[in-house]
Design a protein around this ligand. Sequence first.
Ligand SMILES: C[S@@+](CC[C@H](N)C(=O)[O-])C[C@H]1O[C@@H](n2cnc3c(N)ncnc32)[C@H](O)[C@@H]1O
Length: 274
Amino acid sequence: MSGFSAQWLELREPFDAAARAKAAEASLALWVQNRGGPLRIVDLGAGTGANLRHLAPLLPVAQDWLLVEHDPALIAAGEPRLPTTGPVLARYRRADLVAELESVLAEPVDLVTCSALLDLVSAEWLDRLVRIVQARDLALLAVLTYDGRVALEPARPLDGEVVALVNRHQRCDKGFGPALGPEAGIALARALHGAGDQPLLALSDWNVGPEARAFTAALIEGWSAAACEIAPERAEAIASWRRERLDDVAAGELACRVGHVDLLRLPRGERRTP
Ligand SMILES: C[S@@+](CC[C@H](N)C(=O)[O-])C[C@H]1O[C@@H](n2cnc3c(N)ncnc32)[C@H](O)[C@@H]1O
């Protein structure tokens, strides 16, 4: 289990929503409008359903969502929030994306989407996803893939070292084999380009102001823990960085930018699946 709490997903949801690349959303909505509905959507690693909550109102057709998630606690938190009537229908399927990706995508689907997932996956798993998407000429919207850029304002001397350790932690196995971490967004774009696609790749950075104390404090805690796991011999220095940074947060003096990318692939053909 990868261990994302519903509380953490709720904390990040408004920052994710604000960060998502408008160009990718607008292009997807235009494609959907021209194509018409209904649209069958599979959301990989759906958590409590944040991707559905953000995207569904932007797509001007009837939609049928399948939310794929392996963590029963997140499914339990998300299920009561699913729409049950109207133009948007949604249901969960509990599945492990490592063992069951092909089976999950054997379900009827027009658009595959995922939010904050791809930095967890391995190169091998990403290849499996790309193969399916291209073989079936599916639309793909992969948003909020962490890309390794972190800038803290004001800066402190240890920031660079902590971020470098965090980025090494990002490459550890998150259940899919060695994770692509910060390289995932570019790796996906390259894989699609290699097979002749021209995906749209756009930045979707978190811009976190000094007033967002709870969110920034959670980031500092998460980064400190990850950095200590990678470099236990630096635990003392990291602990003092953590204390200093949490003081900055409490004083309302710490802002940060965290780099992400969004990618959109649209089908090449106008084929309508039955
Ligand atoms: C960073 S969270 C993002 C959740 C949600 N997409 C969002 O944007 O709020 C990553 C999600 O992927 C799920 N996940 C990780 N590994 C998985 C696997 N092997 N099979 C299914 N879901 C997985 C986690 O449980 C978690 O819900």
